[in-house]
Structure formats: C-alpha cells, structure tokens
Design a protein around this ligand. Structure first.
Ligand SMILES: [Zn+2]
Length: 344
C-alpha cells in the first residue's frame, strides 16, 4: 500500500498507515532535486505555504474548532471588546451564541464581532492574492526526468495548440507517457505529493468541506489520518487558498496533493453525489450587508461554536449546533453559510 509517492519513492509509513512527518515524500536513492522540506519551503502547495498563514491573525490560529471548549456560562462576559452592556442582558443565555471562541451578549455584539471578522478576512485577501510562484512547465519537468523526448513534447504541444485541452492528456493520448508519469510530473511541478485513494470514504468526509467548494475548486477530501491530518486531493493543480481555509476551519493539518486524473474524476463524481450538511448561499450587496446576514444566521441558530474563513472571493461561516467531540463534526450538528458580495 502506498499512500504517498514522491518522485516514485514511497514515503515511509507509520504502523497505522499514516505518513510520518519528515518522512513524507523523502526522495529515494539517486533522486537529486527537491526533497520534501525544500519543496515545502518553495511551493505553497502540499504542506501549506507559511506566507499564507501570515495573513491569519494569531487570535484565529487554533488547534481545532472543538478545543476551544465553552467556558462556564455563569461568569461569562461578552467577547465584543466594545461591548457596553454585557451584564444587562439577564435573560439571554450565557452559553450561546459563540462566535470564534467568544460568547456575544446581544444581537448588536454578535453583529459587531462578525463585522470585525468579515473585515479581517477581506483585508487579508490582498496579502495572499499574488502568491503565485513560477512553476516549471509540465512538459519540461517530464523532459528533465527523461519520461518523454523532445519529439513527444513537440507533438503534444502541437496537438494542444490545435485542439486545446491539457498537455498531460495529449502526452497520454499520444502514448508518449503513462497517466501515472503525468501525475508524478504534476507532483514535481506543484512540489506536492501524489496521493492515492486508499481508504477513501466520501460519505464520512462530506462533513469537511461544503459541496460547493468540492465542485467549484476541484477538491476531494481523501481521508483523515491519525485524527489530525487531512489529505486533500486535486486533479491537476493545487488550490492553496482552499487548503488554508480547510485547515483553519477543521483544525486539521492539511496535506494537499495530486491524484491520478482518471481515479480522481471517478472519485470526485462519486463524492459530489453523497449527502452533505446543509449549506446556504448568501449574495449580499456589500460587506456590511454580508456581515449583517451572517450575524442574523448566528443569532437564529445560537451555535456553540462558529468560525469564519475566506475561500477565494467567498466567506465561509460554519456553525456548530452541538460540541464537536472528535476530528470530524457530526453531520447533523453543523450548518454552512457561504457568502459573497455582488461586486465580485
Ligand atoms: Zn456585548
């Protein structure tokens, strides 16, 4: 069983089948180029780029959504730093609603905290937008490995120019390379591991990301290892922004990687047909209206936990109606809201 392959060398696996840190993707004997730590430093894919995390304020970095367990409700004070009336709302529950680890004493305070969170997420957008880095073209990576010849590459490029499509698909169609080689080359290009579908159970993992994100960004949660690592698969390009959002929201460490195309497509189609927790889409005229709608949803649901993260141009609010007791939330206990503004 090989969960991870990297330059064709199987990463060392722990007894429980989880990849051990430091051994993941270690290059095999004779491999000369990127080893995993280098790849990590360079890539912004696979293991998350540290620069992406810089955009996340320390207050929002946490181990998991269920580690910030509710404090005793008796002496709980309002988490809105500008609250002027924390002790006046005597009839309001002091257990809920909780947003980003803090109880809110009133509708106004919930709204103030959500507005601040929306601002925080939107301001961080500019810091990560241009985090694209130069990547070796797929054809060159394959040429370098000796997997294709100049003539193979030229023929595939010609076919691509004439008919469109992806270079890797043309190389396979023209029998210049195997699909597996193309996948390995994508792993080199994105400095990420090639992930397998071993142990993939889409029904269990449907609680991790809203269906919309799987569909729109071509992502596929593959499995959770040792209760703390989420393997997130992509077909031909890693989406670091989605991987970061998943990491922030789930509290799991995300390892993103590529999955062989034909396997990915079948599993992705299957995953999209499974049952997902309810998700509501909100399109708001502006950020204030968006914050107001999200705050209303929090006030209506009175969650025991709620977190807000940005995924590209959307904000994703997840509400936990009951405390989460394991690495995955209970499907019936969460609600997702995905909000965007009409200007985007
Ligand atoms: Zn308050």
């Amino acid at each position: 069983m090989s969960l991870l392959r990297w330059r064709g060398a199987a990463g060392a696996l722990g007894a429980d089948g989880t990849a051990e840190q430091g051994s993941v993707g270690r290059a095999g004997p004779g491999a000369t180029a990127l080893t995993w730590p280098d790849a990590e430093a360079e890539a912004g894919a696979g293991r998350l780029d540290a620069s992406l995390w810089k955009a996340v304020p320390p207050s929002e970095r946490r181990d998991s959504p269920f580690s910030s367990a509710a404090k005793s409700g008796l002496l709980r004070t309002c988490s809105n730093p500008h609250c002027a009336s924390g002790w006046l709302h005597l009839l309001r529950s002091r257990q809920t609603p909780v947003f980003e680890g803090g109880w809110c004493c009133s509708v106004a305070c919930t709204r103030a905290r959500v507005e601040a969170a929306v601002r925080r997420e939107m301001e961080a957008r500019g810091q990560t937008r241009d985090s694209h880095r130069h990547r070796v073209p797929l054809g060159l990576a394959m040429l370098e490995q000796g997997w294709i010849t100049q003539q193979d590459l030229r023929a595939a490029l010609q076919a691509q120019r004439a008919a469109g499509g992806r270079l890797g698909d043309w190389l396979v169609r023209q029998k210049s390379a195997s699909e597996e080689q193309v996948t390995r080359a994508l792993g080199l290009q994105w400095s990420c591991p090639v992930l397998s579908l071993d142990f993939h159970n889409p029904e269990d993992l449907a609680v991790l990301l809203p269906r919309l994100f799987l569909d729109a960004f071509g992502a596929l949660p593959l499995r959770v290892a040792a209760g703390r690592i989420l393997y997130l698969g992509f077909e031909d390009r890693i989406d670091p922004a989605l991987a970061l959002a998943a990491e922030r929201m789930t509290g799991l460490r995300v390892e993103a990687g590529v999955v062989q195309s034909s396997l990915f497509r079948a599993a992705h189609t299957h995953a999209l047909q499974t049952h997902f927790p309810p998700a509501e889409l909100i399109e708001a005229a502006n950020e204030q209206a968006m914050a107001a709608a999200l705050a209303r949803a929090i006030e209506a649901a009175r969650p025991v936990a709620a977190h807000l993260v940005r995924v590209h141009e959307c904000l994703w609010l997840r509400l936990w109606l009951r405390p989460q007791t394991g690495p995955l939330p209970d499907p019936g206990s969460i609600r997702d809201l995905i909000a965007s503004t009409a200007t985007h």
